[in-house]
Design a protein around this ligand. Structure first.
Ligand code: PGA
Length: 241
């Protein structure tokens, strides 16, 4: 595992550099993309550098969302679909993100459909991931097995709390997520975390025992993981970095 600690103000630039470097091994990378606060500096830097003509994401043919909230209206302004419209699709020359449709008639069938679409694309080359305050990856909440597939999940209290920041009292109780099988099946993983609040869970995930009570700990067993932390999120890691 390659752990990189950046100064907070350089987090976006460094995330952009690593994203391009890790995807650089693939001609037409299939990438898994997260939502949340953490990746915003990455998307903003990708947009800015693309606008300036310094980089191009045109060869990123198959971006896949890694999860979605269980909302009846797929166009809900707090749904991940709205996030990607704002942060990914604002980048010049990108393909639209392929996404779960939470308004589909059967959610379990929708999860299978989406997993099939990813499978047909050859699986993920690069999974970009954040980490939840409870150690989740996408919506693989504590208790998720490493073999778990794309599915409908009940959101943990921490995830509902985070969702309430946008949804208010209407925070969804469920979500759709790629499973740990699809995420850990990515050829490469870029895990991002910033801010002091994430320091304990980052240390738990990277330095402590591997197991379903902290799904992000399974990354310790993946052979090609790069972790980008800002100095605050990395403050509790053991040993020299
Ligand atoms: P955050 O969410 O980036 O908003 O902290 C991360 C996550 O829940 O995976």
């Amino acid at each position: 595992m390659n752990i990189i600690v950046a100064r907070p103000e350089l987090f976006g630039l460094e995330a952009c550099r690593l994203f391009l470097m890790l995807a650089g091994a693939f001609r037409a990378p299939v990438v898994g993309l997260p939502t949340g606060k953490t990746p915003v500096p990455l998307y903003e830097t990708l947009r800015e550098r693309s606008r300036l003509g310094e980089i191009s994401l045109a060869r990123f043919v198959a971006p896949f969302a890694i999860d979605e909230y269980g909302v009846g209206d797929a166009l809900h302004p707090c749904a991940n679909r709205a996030f990607f419209a704002r942060y990914w699709e604002a980048i010049p020359n990108v393909r639209p993100v392929r996404q779960f449709d939470p308004s589909a008639a059967g959610a379990a069938e929708e999860a299978r459909r989406f997993a099939g679409e990813l499978d047909a694309a050859g699986g993920l080359d690069l999974a970009v991931l954040g980490i939840g305050m409870n150690g989740h990856l996408a919506f693989n909440e504590p208790g998720s097995e490493r073999t778990s597939k794309a599915r409908v999940v009940e959101l943990a209290a921490e995830s509902r709390e985070a969702a309430a920041g946008c949804f208010g009292d209407e925070a969804p109780a469920w979500g759709l997520t790629l499973g740990l099988k699809e995420l850990l099946g990515a050829k490469r993983v870029l895990l991002l975390a910033n801010g002091a609040a994430k320091a304990p869970i980052v240390a738990r995930a990277l330095d402590a025992d591997v197991g379903p009570e902290c799904p992000a700990s399974f990354l310790q067993e993946h052979g090609d993981v790069t972790v980008l932390l800002d100095s605050e999120a990395g403050a509790l890691l053991e040993g020299p970095r």
